[in-house]
Design a protein around this ligand. Sequence first.
Ligand SMILES: NC(=O)c1ccc[n+]([C@@H]2O[C@H](COP(=O)([O-])OP(=O)(O)OC[C@H]3O[C@@H](n4cnc5c(N)ncnc54)[C@H](O)[C@@H]3O)[C@@H](O)[C@H]2O)c1
Ligand SMILES: [Zn+2]
Length: 354
Amino acid sequence: MKIEQHLRISVGDGYDVYIGSGILENCGRFISELFPQRNCMIISESNVAPLYLEKVRTSCEDAGLTVSSFVFPAGEEQKTLETFGSILNALADAHLTRKDFVIALGGGVCGDMTGFAAGCYMRGIPFVQIPTTVLSMVDSSVGGKCAVDLPQGKNLAGVFHQPSLVLCDMDTLETLSPEVFADGCAEAIKTGILDGKELYELLQEGPEDGRLAQIIGRCIAYKGGVVERDEKEQSERKLLNLGHTAGHAIEKCSNFAISHGSAVAIGTAMMARAADALSFSTEPLSEDVESLLKDYRLPVTTDFEPEELLEAALTDKKRSGKLITIIMPEAIGHCVMREVTREQLLEIFTAGWR
Ligand SMILES: NC(=O)c1ccc[n+]([C@@H]2O[C@H](COP(=O)([O-])OP(=O)(O)OC[C@H]3O[C@@H](n4cnc5c(N)ncnc54)[C@H](O)[C@@H]3O)[C@@H](O)[C@H]2O)c1
Ligand SMILES: [Zn+2]
């Protein structure tokens, strides 16, 4: 096992994040230190479980934990109240008590839903995140937002429930499809624009030669800092939505055929172009941002017209009253929240559209 990074996130009771390789085979050691001799349930999904569940189970059992497991069918379309209910039933059937805990083994879908179930079961039991996608490592496993989708929209039912431990094993990323890998990189690039030159330049150098673990560590450190200052998204945490107003609109217009990461990439490129065109940026951004996104095989343009995107964006849950909060990049490492009217949002979408 090689631990490349160790971070501490100081939200609630605080929790450790470990990034490295060979962690799955040794996860029981980390986990049993927190929860010695307890019962736990590993929750995973049908793509990830055949690859990694036994490794996690064996390591946990070797460390003295009593382990059961529950596997649901993979995919965003499974992130529902039905699957959530079946996880709760499995926890109850296994007689887990408030002293016990849950392990989420999978991407963001598994982590979000498992965290929600852990947050609700017996009014909340602890959970451990073992994210297995770039997106879930850099974004969803840290911060405690847990939810399922409703037919009316994504992530509409959920809780804030922070994990007790996050274990990122870089080895798991080797089995990702190139598309899913790229999706997560879109969120990392978004984070690079928010965080500043150090992460941005690391991203420009590329994920090869061991830099991916550094990129992931830097993204988690940035997000962790934001969440420490604003856990419940009253203000600063909203910055993490850079590229997401247009991104969500693109996802919606495509009927979710365009993945979240691809949509965020296009949304981020749109905001960079709009910032340049409308002179919000204090340094030229769009050429650089576009070329970085393209280096990671991400799209930067959309066929959906600005008016269509506006309509889709206005039905989004982030709209409060008449003003819409958008995140405008002004420079690498400096993005600001802006409250805009419907007309201003159309102007921004039009200026950034390509
Ligand atoms: N909670 C948050 O703060 C937050 C932030 C961003 C996104 N999200 C949520 O995260 C979800 C997206 O996460 P995601 O992109 O990880 O999706 P995902 O969990 O669906 O994983 C993507 C695909 O990769 C497969 N997969 C996962 N790990 C694998 C591995 N190691 N090897 C091979 N295949 C693997 C999955 O089965 C799935 O088909 C969305 O539901 C989104 O709403 C949450
Ligand atoms: Zn996102």
